[in-house]
Design a protein around this ligand. Structure first.
Ligand code: IVH
Length: 680
């Protein structure tokens, strides 16, 4: 093949793969099979290997995460990645200011930036291409996580100019992505992450970049590693320059003339930060002038020209009333602290997970203790510690029972797990939780059949497993408390309607360990029917996109059990559909209509992404972006400090000239993206 033919084919392939990635990852509506996709990808990889000059940084071969690494290579930071000294009150900020002015020998300005709660990363570009992403490690030597960094959609793979530079920033997991990840993990019985920072760190340390790619990570850059050779003289200019190169730079920052102004800004954000879509744990205050920074220099660990003001996580003291145990769908027995209700970061809380036995033992938490609770990353309540000094001797130490609190069968703890599990498949708690999962919205979506009805059906002995739901008759339902004719008919028709669901809902509903919604969809789409799935070996399943060994083994083990085989036979006999119907998943085409065919105007500053990226998403999802508000506009996305465009939009809407014009704030925009399958 001649170079020019190769070039043409490479660009065709790139366009096709880009489109199929979008269909698969964003719209969740692939048009081709995994095997066909792999063929396109393989052809591109082969061409790029034969003609390395055709490899571009934006090639899909560079973004989707290649091989699974066996470990991370070490990388030395030529310029060490330092940490910051901390201040916990305004007084300490004033002392910092005094030291700075003394050493700098002149008045200084400060830049205040939010301290993002994630993990520090360095990104190196050569000739404008991203060549390396690394963790901080001990500051001198970190780990090479380039493959994972490439999967973060807000990290530019290519700069608009062929520059050599290294930027530093914070990789983080947005709150929504964190909550969704934990919900997914809960659904498949995997341990939950305590906060978004741990989740981000865990995701970036995944050896398989495909997993990192699904975690919805993002990044904010906050420093240029080296400003030599640039004309920049202020840190604030560095931030602006980086933003102009396409890096995500957090917009919530301010240049202050005095420390008092900085303190006011710190205080302004103390509460406001809780409404941000990502977790923050403080404000970083940096000397703006680079010359002054140089004069101030560094101590062994941190720069003298910057300090981190740490917001105290809101904590409260309360009394631990009880530790209750719940048995989940996978049999895991989870202890939960029940305490006297307290107000924390705007809500009343009275319960917090204690995770497992080891957690309680390490913290020596006893019923009756006075405990300190806080919201981890301002989202999830946790017990920080118990005040041992306040004990009276009446407190009761906790010990995990040896038998299941629900069925009395012995609990087991697997060697590599922290959880004790009930492995009795007829445990009533397991059955109840499995049924609740089976009927849930993301699984079989049996409307109206809530937890209370399931509990009653079980108590009355009307159901013992999912198949029994399809055997229910009206007379059975009418024996339940508060059940009327009409309700019974409605329930029966939602149960009947669920028989027509596409296979993926049933697969997810069966509650096979490690099989979440996405995997269920892949299995259904690729294998088409239940029989094919039940015949597949571990090796065959692992050929499918996103199906790893753990999941493949779990699926094969599940279908090897007589109970699962019988359940499938029964469900089939009762008329439950066992084939893939394609495109019936909730997150399908319909939801993208928030964007498709509509005209958008973006105005003001968005804190999660720059406007360029926001426009790209709108366009990728089928919308059109224009620069000015008119009667043709359907949606105005108004970020912080939105000005005349927002006013005009409000006028058009409120004067009745265009009453259906929608004005979205950032949260609504992110929600719409999320519904369309884009996680931010
Ligand atoms: S500047 C030499 N700016 O906080 C200056 N750090 O406790 C290095 N962080 O390791 C840091 N947001 O991971 C800086 N706007 C921000 C930051 C920030 C978060 C993290 C960073 C650093 C840690 C220091």
């Amino acid at each position: 093949m001649s170079l020019s033919d190769a070039k043409r084919r490479v660009s065709e392939l790139k366009a096709q793969i880009f489109r199929h990635n979008h269909l698969y990852y964003v719209l969740d509506e692939p048009e081709i099979t995994d095997a066909e996709y792999d063929l396109l990808m393989r052809e591109l990889i082969e061409l790029e290997q034969a003609y390395p000059e055709l490899v571009t940084a934006d090639s899909p071969t560079q973004r989707v995460g290649g091989e699974v690494a066996s470990g991370f290579a070490k990388v030395e930071h030529e310029i060490p990645m330092l940490s910051l000294s901390n201040a916990y009150n305004p007084q300490e900020l004033r002392e910092f200011d005094r030291r700075v002015r003394e050493l700098a020998g002149e008045p200084v300005q400060y830049v205040c930036e939010l301290k993002i709660d994630g993990l520090a990363v360095s990104l190196r570009y050569e000739n404008g291409l991203l060549v390396r992403g690394a963790t901080r490690g001990d500051g001198e030597v970190g780990e090479d996580i380039t493959a994972n960094i490439r999967t973060i959609r807000t990290v530019p793979l290519q700069l608009p100019e062929p520059l050599n530079l290294e930027v530093r920033g914070e990789a983080y997991m947005p709150k929504r992505a964190f909550l969704r990840l934990n919900a997914e993990r809960e659904a498949v019985g995997e341990p939950l992450f305590a906060n978004p920072r741990n989740a981000a760190a865990g995701s970036l340390r995944q050896l398989n970049p495909k997993i990192a790619a699904q975690r919805g990570l993002s990044v904010f850059v906050y420093a240029l590693a080296d400003t030599d050779g640039t004309r920049l003289t202020r840190h604030s200019e560095c931030l602006e320059w980086m933003a102009s190169l396409g890096f995500p730079v957090n917009a919530n920052r301010k240049v202050c003339d005095t420390i008092d102004e900085a303190i006011a800004f710190v205080e302004e954000w103390a509460e406001k930060r809780r409404d941000l879509p990502y977790a923050t744990d403080g404000m970083v205050i940096k000397v703006d002038s680079l010359a002054a920074q140089e004069r101030l220099g560094f101590t062994a660990k941190s720069p003298r020209w910057a300090i981190a003001y740490k917001y105290a996580a809101e904590q409260a003291e309360t009394k631990l009333l009880d530790i209750v145990l719940s048995v989940g769908r996978t049999g895991a027995v989870t202890p939960t602290a029940v305490f006297e209700p307290v107000q924390l970061a705007g809500t009343t809380v009275s319960r917090a997970s204690l995770h497992n036995e080891d957690y309680i033992r390490q913290k020596d938490i006893r019923v009756g203790d006075t405990i300190i609770v806080q919201k981890a990353g301002d989202i999830i309540p946790e017990v920080v510690r118990s005040l041992h000094e306040q004990r009276t001797g009446e407190e009761k130490p906790f010990s995990m029972p040896e038998v299941c609190p629900q069925c009395g069968e012995p609990l087991v703890r697997l060697p590599d797990e922290a959880a004790w599990r009930c492995v009795n498949s007829s445990c009533p708690a397991l059955i109840r939780e499995s049924l609740i999962h089976f009927v849930s919205r993301d699984a079989m979506n049996i409307e109206g059949l809530g937890e209370q009805w399931i509990a009653q059906l079980l108590d009355h002995g009307l159901v013992r497993n999912a198949a029994d739901l399809y055997r229910l008759r009206k007379d059975d339902l009418l024996t339940l408390d508060r059940m009327g004719e009409k309700l019974a008919s409605n329930l029966l028709s939602s149960i009947a309607a669920s028989k027509e669901n596409s296979l993926e809902r049933l697969l997810f509903g069966l509650g096979i360990r490690h099989v979440g919604e996405k995997a269920a969809k892949t299995l259904a789409r690729e294998l088409k029917d239940m029989d094919a799935l039940m015949r597949s070996s571990v090796e065959e399943l692992m050929q499918l996109r996103d199906i790893g060994p753990k999941m493949a083994e779990s699926i094969v083990a599940y279908f090897a059990t007589p109970a699962a085989q019988q359940l499938v036979v029964d469900l089939r006999a009762l008329g439950v559909n066992m084939t893939y119907l394609g495109g019936t998943w909730e997150s399908g085409g319909a939801q993208t209509s928030a964007f498709a065919g509509r005209t958008f105007v973006l105005t003001g500053t968005l804190s999660t992404m720059d406007r360029k990226l926001a426009s790209e998403w709108v366009e990728k999802l089928g919308g059109k972006v224009t620069g000015s508000v008119s009667k043709q506009t359907d949606v105005v996305v108004a970020g912080e400090k939105a000005g005349s465009k927002l006013t005009k939009a409000e006028q058009l809407r409120d004067s009745g000239q265009k009453p259906e014009l929608e004005i979205w704030d950032e949260a609504m925009f992110l929600d719409a993206l999320k519904s369309a399958g884009v996680a931010y």
